[in-house]
Design a protein around this ligand. Structure first.
Ligand SMILES: *[C@@H]1O[C@H](CO)[C@@H](O)[C@H](O)[C@H]1NC(C)=O
Ligand SMILES: *[C@@H]1O[C@H](CO)[C@@H](O)[C@H](O)[C@H]1NC(C)=O
Ligand SMILES: *[C@@H]1O[C@H](CO)[C@@H](O)[C@H](O)[C@H]1NC(C)=O
Ligand SMILES: *[C@@H]1O[C@H](CO)[C@@H](O)[C@H](O)[C@H]1NC(C)=O
Ligand SMILES: *[C@@H]1O[C@H](CO)[C@@H](O)[C@H](O)[C@H]1NC(C)=O
Ligand SMILES: *[C@@H]1O[C@H](CO)[C@@H](O)[C@H](O)[C@H]1NC(C)=O
Ligand SMILES: *[C@@H]1O[C@H](CO)[C@@H](O)[C@H](O)[C@H]1NC(C)=O
Ligand SMILES: *[C@@H]1O[C@H](CO)[C@@H](O)[C@H](O)[C@H]1NC(C)=O
Ligand SMILES: *[C@@H]1O[C@H](CO)[C@@H](O)[C@H](O)[C@H]1NC(C)=O
Ligand SMILES: *[C@@H]1O[C@H](CO)[C@@H](O)[C@H](O)[C@H]1NC(C)=O
Ligand SMILES: *[C@@H]1O[C@H](CO)[C@@H](O)[C@H](O)[C@H]1NC(C)=O
Ligand SMILES: *[C@@H]1O[C@H](CO)[C@@H](O)[C@H](O)[C@H]1NC(C)=O
Length: 829
């Protein structure tokens, strides 16, 4: 505006102050474009007939011949159209260029008096700066028309103090020089300014130095510095403003002239995009530059593809502290992971189950369009089904492992290992969420071991487990030998050679055990031997202490073993019915192991018991006996048939005789089931008196056991038997005078006839006399056939050695009252 005013003012000054022969042409309108220049005049007034282009103040150009065709008159107006054989691109001159003026009424032409700029202002047309000058200076190509119409051809005026003109390159005098396309050299500078295509006067264009441009943006978080590489930053930092997200940065410096700015003390913790704006002397960056602060991923957890689950991403810049509503989008492979929550260092998202698993999938946490990066050289990737163990414990023989993605039995296996152990565990239970696993720990000699978990060939971190001391009693000590062999598992190994376990049984005795030893180098346990009290029974509590560990356990004494029922020749006594069971550990008295003998399905009475022999007595006189033996409730032996031993009479003393009658005590074995007993007296030839005897039977409750199972005397034949267990006390009230007779005793199947002496009548006696001797002549004839004629004639002299003993001393306390004649028991046989 100022310039235009100056122009008009100078025009008016020249109009009024100059007196020429030809009046100054008055241009009503100037019409021009790149190919045409037309002036409009009043048809009555002077007009311009030609351009006189001057190179400078003195030198006119002759190389641009031209003229105006001013023949066109329309109404009151004359139109003058410039003609030249040369293109307008050769139309140039200095501000001293003039016009030739033609008078309307005369043929006069004045080519000296008037400068072009005094009569018209022909502005440049279609001016185009093909670039803006960089702040470091440089050439800029400008094209357009009338660029140098009246500008000093090689200089371009401008508004930047101290106003030294820019230099326009090239030789304008060269006929090939194109004035519509000039190259101007700009010095270093900044900001906006005017250029004047008409020397210092007009043809002004407002341009600027080139826009600042960002080509690189380096964030150095460790130094809180951002380095911006680019161009057109100039050199003067006071002219430069840097805005991050519209916030002006206070601490900047230009570290490389024109091309590098540093922003110092910059601290940003949030992820996401940040807009960057730079203004250099009022000229600002043209394109919106954003820098992405990426989330930085350092690690990512895994989930099972068939379950899906929560993925944990660790790193930094994982949440926006300034705007917590910004929710990142997380992509794993090509799946979205649903955001759950995050802190700046940890983010959780949920991945849905996926049909297929996958390895090394890409991971991106994107805040407002900014992708994440991984720290370190290689990107963090995601792989499904990476198992992890976080803890492990041992209790009651079971190992429990806690972790993630433990898979299933088909995919996974466990290895237990130490220096000495490497065991593969294939049987274990995995919870449905694949987060815990249990298995029964096999016996190991060492307490501590590592667990190595592998799923689908992916082996992961190991966990160390310490099992607590455990033991196992190998043997069942017998009643008489209290030696316990104990296997020890999970002990500190290698063991300390001086340390011995101690054992406490019940709450009584504490014994030291032997130093644990490995049975062999491949053995998976140590063994110790401990002495314990003798005893019987099962499930005895004991406590074993080794080093600092105490473990309770139980042991059992050996259970009884039945070998056999060893009644000689399957015989038992009819009086007493002793059944002899042989075996081992027969003293066991716990219910479970109690040895029970049944005869004809009835209980028997134990009369003697030691380690190896059990004697029981069956009180009812029955034959045969069907014997069965139980240990606890288990039937061990059955259907052993015992029959009664034939009665054996071993001691026949003299018959005692007094005023109350006669009596005799007969010793023998298996004497029950007596049917008949009598004394036959021979009064004279062929005339016998039979005196019936009433008898009481006494059976020994405690017959000598060895008698039954290992009595060599009895084993060969019964003739040599001299001992007795039973006794028959017989008497009659009859008064007799005879001194001898025949004693008849009939059992169920056997009859005995003995010649006996009868003592003379005296007061009383209860002792055996040694005078008579029995002659055993058992007969199997039925009682009915008993006759005196078959009476044994063998009045042997063999004496009964035990005869002098008192029967009542050896015969037991129970007396089976048995009336001989009645023979009620015969029926059973
Ligand atoms: C320039 O102006 C002349 C006369 O007005 C006209 O004939 C011509 O078409 C114009 N050329 C351009 C490129 O506008
Ligand atoms: C100016 O330059 C542009 C390209 O830079 C070109 O397209 C145009 O034709 C040029 N104009 C003239 C008048 O030379
Ligand atoms: C303008 O001048 C520049 C520099 O001399 C040249 O590279 C370019 O080709 C020219 N353009 C035209 C349209 O003549
Ligand atoms: C640059 O960003 C500003 C503010 O966000 C916006 O108004 C303008 O349109 C953007 N310019 C470009 C070229 O995108
Ligand atoms: C950002 O991540 C998305 C998805 O992974 C990808 O398509 C895009 O090319 C990434 N952009 C950049 C700049 O890395
Ligand atoms: C786990 O066992 C596998 C298979 O024996 C082995 O390759 C891997 O090295 C083991 N891992 C460790 C930590 O011992
Ligand atoms: C006890 O039994 C064990 C094993 O059968 C044996 O080695 C030991 O000598 C026995 N001890 C005694 C005192 O019989
Ligand atoms: C004793 O009985 C058993 C079967 O109960 C039989 O095998 C055995 O031969 C018998 N012994 C005698 C000497 O009869
Ligand atoms: C059995 O007899 C033998 C020899 O007479 C004797 O030593 C033993 O003590 C007797 N046994 C019983 C249980 O009475
Ligand atoms: C049985 O007697 C014989 C001979 O006296 C003896 O050698 C054997 O040891 C005895 N058996 C039992 C079980 O007592
Ligand atoms: C059995 O007879 C033998 C030899 O005759 C004798 O030594 C033993 O003491 C007798 N036993 C009993 C219990 O009378
Ligand atoms: C027994 O003998 C005495 C005298 O010798 C006699 O008086 C008595 O009658 C006899 N009695 C009988 C039953 O014979």
């Amino acid at each position: 505006m100022i310039l235009k005013t100056i122009l008009i003012f100078s025009f008016l000054v020249s109009f009024f102050s100059t007196a020429h022969s030809i009046e100054k042409p008055f241009v009503i309108e100037e019409i021009h474009n790149e190919t045409s220049l037309i002036f409009k005049f009043y048809k009555e007034r002077s007009y311009i007939s030609r351009l006189e282009m001057y190179k400078d103040r003195e030198t006119p150009r002759t190389d641009f011949p031209n003229y105006f065709d001013c023949t066109l008159i329309i109404g009151e107006y004359r139109y003058c159209v410039l003609h030249s054989d040369l293109p307008f691109s050769r139309l140039w001159g200095s501000i001293y260029s003039k016009v030739c003026v033609r008078d309307v009424s005369s043929p006069r032409v004045d080519c000296i008096s008037y400068k072009i700029i005094d009569v018209s202002y022909v502005a440049p047309v279609n001016v185009k700066f093909t670039s803006l000058p960089p702040t470091s200076g440089g050439d800029v190509v400008i094209n357009g028309s009338f660029l140098r119409f009246v500008g000093g051809p090689n200089k371009l005026d401008h508004s930047i103090p101290p106003f030294n003109p820019f230099y326009v390159k090239g030789d304008f005098s060269d006929p090939s020089f194109n004035c519509n396309n000039i190259t101007v050299t700009f010095p270093p500078g900044s900001g906006s300014f005017w250029v004047f295509f008409i020397d210092g006067v007009s043809g002004e264009y407002l341009i600027s130095y080139a826009h600042p441009k960002i080509s690189g943006f380096i964030v150095d978080l460790s130094k809180n510095v951002i380095i911006i590489d680019g161009d057109n930053f100039f050199t003067n930092k006071s002219l430069v403003q840097v805005y991050f997200d519209d916030i002006q940065q206070q601490n900047i410096s230009i570290t490389i002239s024109h091309t590098q700015i540093q922003v110092i003390n910059f601290n940003r913790i949030d992820p996401g995009p940040m807009s960057v704006l730079i203004t250099v002397n009022g000229v600002q960056t043209q394109n919106n530059y954003t820098h992405c602060f990426p989330s930085i991923i350092t690690s990512i957890s895994s989930v099972s593809n068939d379950l899906g689950g929560i993925v944990t991403i660790k790193g930094s810049k994982l949440s926006s502290t300034s705007n917590s509503s910004i929710i990142p989008s997380i992509t794993i492979g090509n799946k979205q992971c649903k955001f759950i929550k995050s802190t700046t260092t940890e983010l959780e998202c949920k991945l849905d189950p996926n049909i297929s698993s996958g390895k090394k999938l890409s991971v991106d946490v994107n805040f407002n369009g900014c992708n994440s990066t991984s720290s370190g050289s290689s990107p963090v990737t995601f792989t499904y089904n990476i198992p992890a163990l976080s803890s492990g414990s041992f209790s009651n023989g079971i190992v429990t492992l806690i972790g993630e993605n433990l898979g299933n039995n088909k995919e996974s296996f466990i290895q237990l290992y130490t220096n000495e152990i490497n065991i593969k565990i294939e049987k274990f239970n995995i919870s449905s969420d694949q987060k815990s696993l249990t298995f029964k720990l096999p016996h190991l000699k060492c307490k501590s071991f590592n667990i190595n978990f592998t799923r689908n060939n992916i082996s992961i971190n190991t966990i160390s487990i310490s099992a607590s001391l455990s033991n196992n009693v190998i043997n069942k000590p017998s009643v008489s030998n209290g030696t316990l062999f104990i296997e020890l598992y999970y002990i500190d190994c290698p063991i300390s050679s001086s340390s011995k376990p101690t054992i406490t049984v019940g709450n009584s005795l504490t014994n030291q055990c032997s130093i644990p030893l490995l049975k062999s180098s491949t053995s998976d346990y140590y063994e110790t031997t401990c002495l314990i009290p003798f005893g019987t029974g099962i499930n005895r509590q004991f406590a074993l202490k080794y080093n600092s560990e105490l473990v309770n356990n139980i042991f059992s004494y050996a259970p009884p073993i039945i070998n056999d029922i060893i009644n000689k020749d399957n015989k038992t006594l009819s009086c007493g019915s002793i059944i002899t069971v042989s075996g081992n550990n027969l003293l066991t008295n716990d219910e479970e192991f109690k040895v029970k003998v049944l005869a004809n399905n009835q209980d028997t009475t134990i009369i003697k018991q030691d380690e190896n022999i059990l004697l029981v007595k069956y009180d009812i006189n029955e034959s045969p006996l069907n014997v069965s033996v139980f240990i606890g409730n288990d039937l061990i032996k059955s259907n052993v048939i015992l029959t009664f031993l034939q009665p054996i009479i071993t001691v026949i003393p003299n018959i005692k005789n007094n005023k109350d009658g006669i009596s005799i005590i007969i010793g023998g074995i298996s004497l029950s089931n007596i049917i008949n007993s009598s004394l036959t007296l021979s009064l004279n030839d062929n005339l016998n008196t039979i005196i019936p005897l009433k008898c009481n039977l006494q059976c020994s409750l405690f017959p000598n056991d060895t008698f039954y199972y290992n009595n060599t005397v009895l084993s060969s034949n019964e003739i040599h038997i001299t001992n007795y267990t039973d006794s028959l006390l017989c008497h009659s009230n009859s008064i007799i005078n005879e001194t001898s007779g025949v004693l008849n005793i009939q059992f169920a199947q056997t009859s005995f006839h003995y010649d006996v002496k009868i003592d003379e009548i005296e007061s009383s006696s209860s002792s055996f006399s040694q005078s008579s001797s029995p002659s055993s002549s058992p007969s199997s004839s039925p009682p009915s056939s008993t006759s005196l004629s078959s009476s044994p004639s063998s009045s042997s002299s063999s004496s009964i050695s035990g005869g002098s003993k008192s029967l009542s001393g050896t015969v037991a306390s129970i007396t089976i009252a048995c009336v001989a004649v009645v023979g009620a028991l015969v029926a059973i046989i």
